[in-house]
Each structure stands twice: as C-alpha cells, then as structure tokens.
Ligand binder design. Structure first.
Ligand code: IMP
Ligand code: MG
Length: 174
C-alpha cells in the first residue's frame, strides 16, 4: 500500500509500552482489586503487549465498543457490548484502549461502567491525538501523543484491515 506513511515503528511502540507498564507496576503492584478492561477490537494488541511487561498477573476482561462503520470519521454513536457487567462492582477498573480521538468512546464506556459500581476507573491508551477532543476525558496512562490524522496499524484498522501491521502509519486518503 503506497498511500501510507509510517510514523512510529515497532521498536518505538514497544519502548512506549514498556514505559506505560512501569507506571502501572508502580500503581497496581499491590492492588488485588485491579480489573483491566480492554476495549475490543482496537485495544487488544496494545493490551496483549502491555500485560507482558507487567511484573504481576492482572485479571483481564474485555468489552466491545464500536463507533466507526467502515469510515474514517466516527459515527458519533458508541455501541457497547459487555458480558462482564456482574463482575465489576467494587473493582479498580483500568480501561485500556488503542487511542483517544474524539473521546466519545472513553466517555460512553466510562459512563457505562460507573453504573456498575466499580471502586474506581482509570484510563490507559497507547495514543492520544493532539486535537481538541469532543469529550474531555482524564487519561491516567498514555503511551504517546500523536498528530491528528487517520492512523492504521498496531490495532487500528480501516474497514477491518491493517490492524496487524507492526507499526503505526498515517493513511493518506486519495
Ligand atoms: P474516539 O471515540 O473518537 O475517541 O475514538 C476511539 C475509537 O475510534 C478507538 O477505540 C479506535 O477504535 C477508533 N479510532 C479513532 N481514531 C482512529 C484512527 O485514526 N484510526 C483507526 N481507528 C481510530
Ligand atoms: Mg476502538
């Protein structure tokens, strides 16, 4: 594919993930109440690598949140699907996703989780787009800030493709 430009290579991504993992090790090492919730599908690749660098064994669960329907713009409506509602009460939830873009996803999912009575919710993303977000969300752990373009690779897809690229690239629309 020639209409893409690699902006973060595999080694750089791993370095950023290790830095996030070190912060999580400090914060959660002795927290038996931690529940990591990974947002599918985009957050899975990041979470899988992140967990490898943790110095403790976390409990990891998944929810699905989707707002893109084969486009490069969010549809604005976030659909959440969860099978773990009954497990969340009293937990220190760490919500893990690939990217903080408009913030609509993290806002919708944190609103959803708060209704299930967790002890706390913290957020962790690999990437934060440098832009004015539609919803302003406190991001507790962030791998790196990145320019506001449509990105692919390392969990980020376009129409279900390119998620498995080992680097992050800007997709230049023709
Ligand atoms: P937000 O709701 O706009 O903050 O976006 C969050 C979700 O949209 C992420 O979980 C991604 O799945 C997806 N997303 C946001 N920006 C991009 C992008 O540049 N490329 C691919 N997916 C994206
Ligand atoms: Mg997503």
């Amino acid at each position: 594919m020639d209409n893409m430009k690699v902006i973060v290579d595999h080694d750089q991504i791993q370095q950023h993930i290790k830095e996030v993992a070190e912060k999580l090790n400090q914060r959660y090492q002795s927290d038996d109440n931690l529940m990591i919730i990974v947002l599918l599908q985009g957050g899975k690749r990041f979470a899988d690598d992140l967990v490898k660098y943790l110095s403790f064994e976390p409990s990891v669960e998944y929810m699905t949140a989707s707002s893109y329907h084969g486009d490069t713009q969010t549809s604005g409506t976030v659909k959440i699907s969860s099978e773990i509602d009954g497990k969340i009460a009293g937990k220190d939830v760490l919500l893990v996703d690939d990217i903080y873009d408009t913030g609509l996803t993290l806002k919708a999912v944190t609103d959803y989780i708060w209704l299930l009575n967790p002890a706390s919710i913290s957020t962790c993303v690999l990437l934060e787009k440098q832009k004015k977000h539609r919803e302003s969300i406190p991001v507790d752990f962030c791998g790196m800030k990145i320019e506001d373009s449509f990105l692919i690779g390392y969990g980020l897809d376009f129409e279900g493709k390119y998620r498995d690229l080992p680097y992050i690239a800007i997709m230049q629309e023709e």
